[in-house]
Write a protein that binds this ligand. Structure first.
Ligand code: HEC
Length: 181
């Protein structure tokens, strides 16, 4: 009994430490001193997959497979608190759709990356400027040049489409079973 309580205390303590490391990590690697946002590296291999969306209509703005990732500590913090911790980074990778008849049936799968959308939680309002608003940094990268943020501004490139998710901190939570509490 006591061992179980002790284990729970230790696990909670180590988890709290990990979540509190997020701001230091994020604002040293993904965000520079001026508030410039970079596309995180190796998120597919090292981060937690939150969920997937697929938009099959070729004429739709979001045509493709959408896979969303965050840092493992950020997912755990959300599971505990229901909030995105300071320093949380969300990456949405959109890939083209491949299709064909497989032994499973008529299948569709993700092929080459096309674009990446990135949101960075900044609960302390560290930055202002066009890419920082509503407690997040907002950025967009294209596969042809993953080092350049091509979003004009939160207001022009992101806000209109994200308004339906305003009440859940601008994130479309329904698609993320990993964040279910
Ligand atoms: C055409 C509408 C549209 C535009 C423009 C748009 N988004 Fe989104 N975004 C969505 C929708 C809808 C989802 C969830 C469903 C999906 O991906 O189909 C989403 C999901 C995301 C996600 C995954 C986390 C979440 O909120 O669910 C990130 C990260 C994201 N968007 C960032 C951005 C950023 C940054 C911009 C501006 C540079 C932007 N989006 C512009 C509609 C849009």
């Amino acid at each position: 009994m006591y061992t179980r309580i002790l284990t729970a205390v230790i696990l909670t303590a180590s988890f709290v430490a990990a979540a509190s490391d997020l701001p230091t990590q994020t604002f040293a690697t993904v965000v520079d001193k001026q508030g410039g946002i970079q596309l995180p590296k190796n998120f597919r291999q090292e981060w937690t997959h939150l969920g997937s969306w697929v938009v099959t209509d070729e004429k739709a703005p979001g045509h493709g497979f959408h896979d969303v990732y965050t840092q493992p500590e950020a997912a755990r913090a959300f599971n505990q608190t229901g909030k995105f911790a300071d320093g949380t980074v969300l990456v949405k990778e959109i890939r083209s759709i491949g299709a064909g008849a497989l032994t499973t049936g008529q299948a569709q799968w993700a092929t080459d990356p096309a674009v990446w959308f990135v949101m960075v939680k900044d609960s302390k309002a560290r930055f202002d400027g066009p890419h920082w608003a509503e407690g997040w940094g907002w950025a967009l990268y294209e596969a042809k040049d993953p080092t350049t943020n091509v979003s004009v501004s939160f207001e022009q490139t992101c806000q209109g489409c994200h308004l339906p998710a305003k009440d859940s901190d601008w994130v479309f939570l329904d698609g993320y079973p990993t964040l279910k509490r």
